[in-house]
Design a protein. Sequence first.
Length: 119
Amino acid sequence: MTGEKENQQKNEPPQDQVSIEDAHKNKGLGIVAYIIFFIPLLVAKESKFAIYHANQGLLLLLTAIIINTAGTLIPIIGWLLILPIGNLFVFILLLIGILNAAKGEMAPLPVIGKYAVIK
C-alpha cells in the first residue's frame, strides 16, 4: 500500500508548483497583485501563479487593515508602537512578496502566507 502512495506522489506534480511558462508569462501580474490584488483575478483567471500571488496580496491588505485599525483605536501604545512597527512589518512583507513574484517563485509570505482566502 505504501508503494502505491509513493508512485502516485512521484507521478503527480506538487499542487503548489506551476509550470515555468505560467510563472514567466504572469510575473508582471504576480507583482501587480501585491499593489492591487484583484487585477490578476480579472486578467489571468487560469494562471495558478497569478491567483497564488493575488491571494498573498489580499492577505497582505487584510493584515495592513487589521494593524492600522488596531493601531488607531488603541491610544498612545497604538500610535507609538503598533502603527510604526506594524506598517514596517507590512512593508517588509510587501517587498518579499514582490521579489518572490519577480523571481517566479510561489513562496508563502512569512507569518501570514499559509492561509488561503482565494481558492
